[in-house]
Design a binder for this molecule. Structure first.
Ligand code: KG4
Ligand code: ZN
Length: 340
């Protein structure tokens, strides 16, 4: 069975994984390591590209050595090397892609350039191996995408965000509320003690016939609520935070659930798959589960460790490509705006 080494470095996580699998069967993640830079960027309230790429360079080699050791394999056992080639930060992508190409060239093995979004999209299927027809919702810090998926490599975009990505809205609203970066997990934690109906925040574009999303109106509604209630400081009283977080979170989730089920109906698919960092949110998972049960859809979600950026999802996409006999030239460029 082929063994693939994968690198993910599109943003602020340096990740390396080794997977083994055959077409149609579940992939075994032999090792998967992530060197998170969250603490480093937290003081700036977001990702600083220059810092990110310097740290990818610093962490990559030790991580490769670590995963080889954890997987119990040597470079001679690796059949192909893969890396994320976009979308993402140019200088970050370059570090991972160049390293994977160099290893592939040195070992005389094929290189596979993988789209980061395809990695997310396929992440719920790592344990299954096969990818059945379905409607996919990718909700991450950079993207909100609804797709009709016929199978690996056969994707039709149904809708996307017209402004902020869902995760970006979580991060920006958290910043407004004085919560640390990244905002998604902080808002989820704070929302635990709050009432989701306390504030009537807008559910944008629900009546719209397209499958597009918009979260900037919601973000502005939170801001106006803050400045109306606390004109002098614009920051909420600590006792208002749980209600604000729960109401904001619920508004995002309602839109995502309603539009995704509508898209599945439209595309005639019986399976819905969720991926990306925001799909870690437990209220979102619960609401999707309930709605899918009621409407008779099968719901697939990625394992928690595969929701936020990781290299195992890139390795799984590469395994599927490799099984089709495909590879990428070493001249394949990175593309910060690579479409799916
Ligand atoms: O997929 P990901 O790691 O990176 C991108 O490709 O963007 O997603 C990161 C995003 C961040 O915006 C973060 O705030 C959000 O996912 N996120 C969450 C949760 N955990 C991470 N959003 C809501 N609830 C969570 N529990
Ligand atoms: Zn991502």
């Amino acid at each position: 069975m082929p063994i693939i080494l994968a690198i993910e470095s599109s943003c602020d996580e340096t990740a390396v994984a080794i997977l083994r699998g055959r077409p149609g069967g579940p992939a075994a993640i032999l090792a998967s390591e992530i060197a998170s830079q969250i603490e480093l960027h937290r003081v700036y309230g977001g990702v600083v590209p220059e810092l990110a790429s310097r740290n990818h360079s610093l962490h990559l080699r030790p991580l490769v050595e670590q995963v080889l050791e954890h997987a119990g394999v040597t470079v001679e056992d690796i059949d192909a090397y893969s890396a994320t080639s976009g979308p993402g930060l140019a200088s970050s992508l370059l570090v991972g892609a160049t390293a994977a190409k160099a290893m592939a060239a040195a070992a005389g093995r094929p290189f596979l350039a993988i789209n980061h979004l395809e990695g997310h999209l396929l992440s719920p299927f790592v344990g299954l191996g096969e990818v059945p027809p379905h409607v996919a919702l990718i909700v991450s810090g950079g993207h909100t995408l609804l797709l009709d998926v016929e199978g690996p490599g056969r994707y039709r975009k149904l809708g996307t965000t017209r402004d902020d990505a869902a995760g970006e809205a979580f991060d920006k609203v958290a910043k407004m509320l004085g919560l640390p970066y990244p905002g998604g997990p902080e808002i989820e934690k704070t929302a635990m003690g709050g009432r989701p109906t306390a504030f009537d925040f807008p559910r944008s574009m629900l009546k719209d016939r397209s499958f597009d999303f918009s979260f900037s109106g919601l973000k502005t509604a939170v801001l106006y609520t803050l400045t109306d209630r606390h004109p002098e400081s614009g920051t909420p009283r600590p006792e208002d935070l749980p209600d604000l977080c729960a109401s904001f979170q619920q508004a995002v989730i309602d839109v995502l659930v309603t539009k995704t089920l509508k898209a599945a109906r439209h595309a005639g698919r019986g399976t819905i798959a969720l991926s990306g960092g925001v799909s870690l949110n437990s209220t979102l998972r619960r609401d999707f589960q309930r709605a899918c049960e009621q409407a008779g859809y099968r719901l697939l979600t990625a394992d928690p460790g595969l929701c936020t950026d990781n290299a195992a999802m890139i390795g799984f996409a590469a395994l599927l490509r490799h099984a089709e006999g495909r590879s990428s030239p070493l001249s394949e460029p990175i593309d910060p705006n690579l479409p799916l």
